[in-house]
Design a protein around this ligand. Sequence first.
Ligand code: SAM
Length: 207
Amino acid sequence: MSKRTKTSKAWMHEHVNDPFVKAAKRDGYRSRAAYKLLEIDKRDRIFKPGMLVVDLGAAPGSWSQVAKQRIGAKGRMVAIDLLPMDPIHEVDFIQADFTGDAGLEALVAKCGNTQVDVVISDMAPNISGVILADQARAMELAELALDFAMQYLKPTGSFLVKLFHGEGFDAFVRSANRCFQKVVIRKPDASRDRSNEVYLLAKGKKN
Ligand code: SAM
């Protein structure tokens, strides 16, 4: 058996036995990532009914599903991704590159003149395998998400962003501390131990 076949068999075995994959099927979420956001929200209480939430890197859509449930019928959800996403009831979706002018303009237009309550970003670049390049690209996405949050969040707003430990991580945490009153790092149970991904949650934008 080729090494590749063995690896994909091992992946499939892990995937079908993963409790979060099973739970996502049971609960109607599009991916196991839903449980990362559910755990963070349970602990840190990010969402409230009626909020305006922006989801960066939203596809396939489980974070948008969770956030929409939390903000309820009066809340508004705007989501963007490079990839297509099957519609979610009352979630405004834009298929575009968040880092490009057109994507950003479309996102801002969808938010109208309203300041945003919460920006969530689970964006991750396509992995090339070149560790330094992948890390640089991931940090660039996080930095652009932070810029967006600083520009469009309400003063009381919250910002949740996926980060990877590595070059640029500490500097990013320092920037977030300069921009927000409270910054914490979370590693939810659904985030695999072998992944160096964590989530930074920042609350209370400083002006
Ligand atoms: N939170 C999502 C969920 O719960 O379904 C999963 C997000 S997935 C881990 C990361 C997403 O970031 C991918 O769908 C990818 O296409 C998107 N992404 C990466 N770079 C992007 C960019 N420049 N603009 C928009 N989306 C981007």
